[in-house]
Design a protein around this ligand. Structure first.
Ligand SMILES: [Zn+2]
Ligand SMILES: [Zn+2]
Length: 264
């Protein structure tokens, strides 16, 4: 499988995962043009995407869905509660820029979806959106996880991550930078909340509990205000070293069109 990031963080998330035959995107929080440009620079075309899977309805994960659906026939999957149907029935949620997403292909935890030769499973995570999930994607005996926007881990998530060869996981913030940073107190509380975002140390601890010596960890969704790639990498590296991992090649994704391509 090939794994590469089109965007990561509050300016827009999208991860491309391909087998030899099939390509999917996890999240679509970028404009159609930005997705198209990033795909083209990596040697792909929009028409090669077989399906899109949305983790939750926050705009940095779903803002591109409307245009994408209008311009392509590519199916968009997500949980029922993430869909615009649910939003119309239940009204808005919390005011956290959550949007109704045009989803007609619903995915349920425990019921994997097959797209070509990729098997995609949703895993519930703790975050302040309607029924947010992480995804694992399997091809043959290789498995990758994309885990962003969560305030804490859980047992099922850890169990699934243990099965993965590569884990893209959020390292959102450094607690000291957050504490001393410019965000209003309500937003700081929201980020620290168990339904908010992972700190670098929390990310390190989750990775430490699920990795083996061959697992490739990739740090994602770094805050551009409350984190730096250097701090995220150093903190996670230190936690992993306590666990006996070398993790010398730890990488943090750039906000847009990270050039790194991973093959497992
Ligand atoms: Zn996000
Ligand atoms: Zn979110």
């Amino acid at each position: 499988m090939l794994i590469t990031s089109l965007g990561s963080g509050s300016t827009g998330n999208s991860t491309l995962i391909c087998s030899d035959d099939t390509c999917i995107l996890i999240d679509l929080g970028l404009s159609y043009r930005k997705v198209e440009t990033a795909l083209n620079t990596k040697g792909f075309k929009v028409g090669q995407i077989n399906a899109v899977f949305i983790t939750h309805g926050h705009s940095d994960h779903a803002s591109g869905v409307h245009t994408f659906r209008n311009r392509t026939k590519i199916p968009v999957f997500g949980t029922y509660e993430t869909s615009d149907i649910y939003v119309e029935q239940r009204g808005g949620y919390g005011g956290y820029q959550e949007m109704g997403v045009e989803i007609v292909n619903f995915i349920k935890e425990g019921t994997p979806e097959q797209v070509g030769d990729l098997t995609i499973e949703a895993i519930r995570v703790s975050h302040d959106a309607r029924h947010p999930v992480a995804y694992t994607v399997q091809n043959g005996n290789k498995k990758v996880a994309v885990v962003t926007d969560l305030g804490e881990g859980n047992a099922l998530l850890r169990r699934r991550l243990k099965e993965c060869n590569l884990v893209v996981i959020e390292a959102n913030h450094d607690p000291l930078l957050l504490e001393n940073g410019p965000y209003p107190e309500t937003l700081k509380r929201r980020i620290r909340n168990p339904r908010g975002h992972l700190s670098n140390e929390q990310t390190g601890n989750i990775l430490k509990s699920v990795m083996d010596s061959d697992t490739i960890p990739i740090l994602a969704h770094l805050s551009q205000v409350n984190n730096t790639p250097q701090i995220a990498i150093q903190t996670v590296h230190d936690v992993l070293r306590e666990g006996g991992f070398k993790s010398n090649n730890l990488k943090a994704l750039l906000p847009y069109n990270d050039p790194s391509e991973y093959r497992i």
